[in-house]
Design a protein around this ligand. Structure first.
Ligand code: AR6
Length: 170
């Protein structure tokens, strides 16, 4: 599976993948960080569709169209807020990646791009988040050949270095 996972540095709003994930909150009504950037790039129709979804649980995901994005779909997933690691954060974070990939498969996507969920405002230590994310992705890919490529789109060099290290340990 490792050969179907790529780590790059960049801006996920410019992604040409079939679907991109959004590090959302449980309201699905937008926010700062990558969520704000995705809503700005997709245009107001994205928020209009999100309003019809009535939120989403932490660790699950909901899908919308991508509107003005190149990506056909957005996979909205609220990550866990880090509170020391003893509150099921890792299971919830793995659930985010798995739930997004399940929706992507159901909708015929072959390529999916993710931001580093929970490692901004939600405070999840990036080294730990990277290990959880990549093992959840690798587990999914092992039984789902329909997904050809999953890319982690890291906003900064420090985040990319953490995912590069986690991938080499996988
Ligand atoms: N492309 C890729 N990654 C980005 C981009 C971008 N354009 N912009 C930021 N990042 P965060 P969270 C990175 O805070 O921790 C929102 O308000 C960023 O550098 O966006 O899951 C939501 O509504 C970091 O590495 O998400 C929630 O309330 C990563 O994306 C809350 O923040 C995630 O940072 C979710 O917090």
């Amino acid at each position: 599976m490792k050969d179907r996972i790529e780590i790059i540095q960049g801006d996920i709003t410019r992604s040409d993948a079939d679907a991109i994930a959004n590090a959302a909150n449980t309201s699905l009504l937008g926010g700062g960080g990558v969520d704000g950037a995705i809503h700005r790039a997709a245009g107001p129709q994205l928020l209009a569709e999100c309003r019809t979804l009535h939120g989403c649980e932490t660790g699950k995901a909901k899908i919308t169209r991508g509107y003005n994005l190149k990506a056909k779909y957005v996979l909205h997933t609220p990550g866990p807020v880090w509170s020391g690691g003893g509150r099921g954060e890792a299971e919830k974070l793995a659930g985010c990646y798995r739930s997004c990939l399940e929706l992507a498969s159901e909708h015929g996507c072959r390529t999916v791009d993710f931001p580093s969920i929970s490692t901004g405002v939600y405070g999840y230590p990036v080294d730990r988040a990277a290990r959880v994310a990549l093992s959840a992705i690798a587990d999914y890919l092992a039984s789902h050949p329909e997904i050809e490529r999953v890319r982690m789109v890291c906003f900064d060099a420090h985040t990319k270095a953490a995912y590069d290290a986690a991938l080499s340990e996988l």
